[in-house]
Write a protein that binds this ligand. Sequence first.
Ligand code: DHE
Length: 547
Amino acid sequence: KPVSEAEKNYQAGGSPLAEVPMYQSTNPKAPKMTQAEFDRARQIYFERCAGCHGVLRKGATGKPLTPDVTLPKGTDYLKVFIAYGSPAGMPNWQTSGEFDEATVDLMARYIQQDPPTPPEWSLADAKNTWKVIVPPDQRPKKKMNKYNLDNIFSTTLRDTGEVALIDGDTKQIINIVKTGYAVHISRMSASGRYLFVIGRDAKINMIDLWMEKPDNVAEIRVGLEARSVDTSKFKGYEDKLAIAGAYWPPQYTIMDGNTLEPLKIVSTRGMVVGTQEYHPEPRVASIVASHYKPEFLVNVKETGKTMMVDYSNLNALKTTEIGSAPFLHDGGWDASKRYFMVAANNSNKIAAIDAKDGKLAGLTEVGKIPHPGRGANFTHPKYGPVWATGHLGDETISLIGTDPQKNKQYAFKEVAKLKGPGGGALFIKTHPKSKHLWSDAPLNPDPKVSQAVVVFDINNLDKGYVTLPIAEWAGLPDDGGAKRVTQPEYNKAGDEVWFAVWSAKDKQSALVVVDDKTLKLKSVIKDPRLITPTGHFNVYNTQHDVY
Ligand code: DHE
């Protein structure tokens, strides 16, 4: 079955590397291409193919496409593959109308050339992009505004290169802050004062919430493409360091938490778990800060390894390397914050990393392509504390036991499967004060499913879910926009759940707030500036890892 448009847009979204000049060698065996053809193909590759096949075409979600593989297959064979796709998940680029025949021919010839290599990114490169907009000594000495900082939401405006800071109490926009391209996530400093966001172009913006109107105080680029950022959370290191992981070059950068000055860069190139084959491009996926030790947990996608990086001495960096399974992607803490639960989405597994003892606590089989976001923690009437994930590839929600002390027989095993809304789920959420478990399914091909969310009663999971038509509640014009409903996120009090209704750049979008007790609509936030909202992050819950 060909992959859906939404799935394709998810994995095969544009890469900022499309714009980067690259080194290119010639391969005399490859079919002829003019320079103009090559440049166009290179751009299309980075816009549509690199997400799955990798920058160096070594393969990731998609198959390897290096010349040793593609040259023996030849142009005609490759054209069929590109045009019609494959049951394994290759999109049908021509029959879907995305590429014409000439483009298919162009791409078939292009992937037989040696892959061009994007440049590396050194400390000097990072420093050249580093700006301290407001130096620490010129920043406010105390909070200069009346906002309830704990209940601010930072909302990604994906296609405008901005985040919207929204007052969770009044639902008013506080500021629209300029950031990198297609910001991915927002994370908080340990004190709750600074907000960090990272763009797909690897630009980090550091926002000071104490300013009269919260805005950027520092920025830097840590590479050419990235997805993750976090800050030191261990006692004694609050607000001291920040860390960001890059997709390209494959490395992470540790920075001063007050200014973003880059201090240390570490490559993640190395061997894949199991086969122990060299991988030249293991991208950095999720990063979290440990509460147990002065450590960052850096999850490396293609090698299937979690690096526990001890930041107490950057000049004698100690790293514990824990292999689990490829490709590590997103995840979150269990309720005790001792175990980091991370999705190995190509292996259909969840790895539990023990942050206290520095080891793999468990690795359990779940459904197809787990995608938890940060997941959801609650106490199950029978299995005790569990952490939950939904799946991109099937309709199930997996519950995994997370309490080896009192519920040892269930620890790090899939103890139950719920029937969720359908495939294409991205985020699941609950709150310690709530009795509800929410799941979206924004990539489901059926708009009835992608434009709604489902909610379970945690004490009556067998009863199944209730569906709430969030996009309909937003009351947006009937403009043909996708109106995908995504990412449930609680307010600080844990009595409201926020959703993005995500439409195209030229269509109206909205945020919808639901009362968690009554499951009734509470408010709709609409504003012409809210263009393509996707992720939204409550300050307090993000700061304290509440989910
Ligand atoms: Fe994400 C988290 C990577 C597409 C919205 N996304 C993450 C994380 C990674 C990642 C590595 C974990 C960060 C962390 O915790 O430190 N995402 C990728 C991709 O590589 C991918 C598949 C393709 C791409 O080109 O980026 C991708 N992601 C998307 C989207 O299309 C989404 C739905 C909309 C958007 O804004 O682009 C999207 N990703 C998110 C969100 C989170 C996230 C909202 C954080 C969830 C959370 O609750 O923490």
